[in-house]
Ligand binder design. Structure first.
Ligand code: ATP
Ligand code: MG
Length: 206
């Protein structure tokens, strides 16, 4: 029987998701299991501040693809929180909003790939981010997670905590996928079929 006293553990997977791919989904699923999360919310960025100067699919297209990708998993959901917010969005603002929104027995777990964690010293108010949520750094091929930990310790002292989670290595990236589409190459099996169909129907990344 479900324990009514047990906190609800909510995972938050932030990203540009341009487009969402199996790396994101497998990561979230493995984190859900390892951290015993009750659900994972995918939160596509509205106007990603770290990625200015390159072409992005619109927030609406990225949100639509995320929604399609998670629809067959009752534990996964897509959130419009960042898409609907005007201007730049920072993780700390998102987590503050979620913290205000949810009762105290909802624990937040922020899931992040090794590459994103490596840039943590550039995040806005990283200290507060770590106070608002458990930070879970998942492994990603090509990025050294221990280096992220060292940088983090150097920047913020030993007080802050990042948990590391080894996930099945999938060296797929949205950048590679956009390039493949542009070159007319197949992305089948690298994204859910509904996402591949959406990209095709809307002529994205051509
Ligand atoms: P881009 O190439 O456009 O940066 P991306 O594949 O890195 O796209 P993002 O939307 O930037 O995808 O990533 C969202 C989150 O998912 C980040 O925390 C990132 O580190 C993580 N992530 C993305 N792909 C993987 C992967 N293959 N394995 C582990 N983590 C991943
Ligand atoms: Mg990325």
């Amino acid at each position: 029987m479900a324990d009514p006293e047990r906190a609800y553990r909510l995972g938050i997977m932030g990203g540009t998701f341009d487009p969402i791919h199996i790396g994101h989904l497998a990561c979230a699923e493995q984190a859900r299991e390892a951290c015993r999360l009750d659900g994972v919310v995918f939160m596509p960025a509205g106007d990603p501040w770290m990625k200015h100067g390159r072409r992005l699919a619109s927030a609406e297209d990225r949100f639509a693809m995320v929604s399609l990708a998670v629809q067959d998993n009752p534990r996964f959901d897509a959130s419009r929180l960042e898409v609907d917010r005007a201007g730049e969005t920072y993780t700390v603002d998102t987590l503050r909003a979620l913290r205000r929104h949810y009762p105290a027995n909802v624990e937040l777990y922020f899931l992040s790939g090794a590459d994103a964690i490596l840039r943590i010293s550039e995040w806005h108010d990283a200290t507060e981010v770590a106070e608002l949520a458990h930070l879970i750094a998942v492994t990603r091929p090509g990025y050294r997670i221990d280096e992220a930990r060292e940088r983090y310790a150097r920047a913020f002292g030993a007080g802050l905590r990042v948990d590391q989670l080894e996930v099945t290595a999938l060296s797929v990236s949205s950048t590679d996928l956009r390039e493949k589409v542009r070159m007319g190459e197949s992305i089948r099996y690298l994204v859910p079929q509904v996402v591949a169909d959406y990209i095709e129907e809307h002529g994205l990344y051509r």
